[in-house]
Write a protein that binds this ligand. Sequence first.
Ligand code: ASP
Length: 310
Amino acid sequence: MTIALALHGGAGTLRRQDMSVEQEREYRVGLERALEAGHAVLRGGGSALDAVCACVCALEDDPLFNAGRGSVYNLDGKQEMEAAVMDGSRQDAGSAVGLACVQNPVLLARAVMEGTPHVTLGYAAAENFARSSGLAMQPPEYFHTDKRWQALILEKERLAMGGAEEDIPEDRKHGTVGAVALDAQGRLAAATSTGGRTAKWPGRIGDTPVIGAGTWADAHCAVSATGHGEYFVRAAAGHEISARVRYLGETLEQACDAVVRGQLLTMGGTGGVAAVDRHGRVALPFNCEGMYRAAIDGEGRRLVAIYADD
Ligand code: ASP
C-alpha cells in the first residue's frame, strides 16, 4: 500500500539573496505544516481527496501564500480567488471562481463537485452556494496583507510607466498553492487554489480552476500547476502531462519535463507543477528561479525546498 503526497506553494520565489533567513524559515514552516496536514490523512487511511483538501486548506490559511488569506489584488484593488479539485478515481471535478469572502476556496470547489450538477460556479452565485453549504465566510480584512497591497501599488506604477504585463518581477509574478496525492487504495486527487496574478483584470480567470490546465487527476496521475496561467490553459498543461504518460508511455518525470521545461518554456510560460503517479512517484519541475514545494513520495522520501539547488 503506497501513499504519496506532493505540494507547491507557488513558483516564482524571491531571489535567494533577497530572502532573509527568517523569511525562508517561515516559508519552510508553512510548507511543513501543510505537508503534515495532508500526510496525516493518508497515513490514517484517508482518501487522496481529503488529503489534498487538508493540505490546500493549510496553505490557504497561511497568509504567506497567494491563496485564501494573503491572496493578491486585482487592478481594482479587490481579491478574486479561485480553486479547483479533481478526484481521479471518479474523474470528477469541481471549481469556483471570482470569490471574495470564502475562507477556503478549495472547500467550495469540492462542494461544487459533490453537491451540484455542474463543474464550475462563479462570483455571487458561487458565494451564495458556499453560504448555503455552511462553509466559513470572512470579511475582506481577513484576506488582506500589506505585502500584497504593496505589490499591487508597485505593479500599477510599473505598468503606468509602460512596463509589459509579461515582465512583472518574479516574486510578484507567481503564487498559487496546490497538492496532489495517492492514497492507500490507489486513488489519485489534485487540488489547487489561488488569488491569481497581481494586477490582473477584474473578472480574469486563470488556469487554476480550468480542469485539465492547472488542475487534473485521473487513474494515472494527478497534477497541480502554478505559473503564468494563460500559458497553462493554452497548453492544457495538466491533461497534457497525463496524456504523455498514457499515450507515449513516458515516466511522470519525463512527461512533466516535456511540458514544463519544453512546451511551456518554448511558448514563454513560466511556472511549475506538483505531480504524482499511481506508483507513488513524485515530480516537482519548474522553469523559473524557484518553487515553494514539499513532498513525501511512495518510498517515504521527504523533501521541503524552495530553490533549484535546494
Ligand atoms: N497560475 C496562477 C494564475 O495564473 C498564478 C500563479 O500560479 O502564479 O492565476
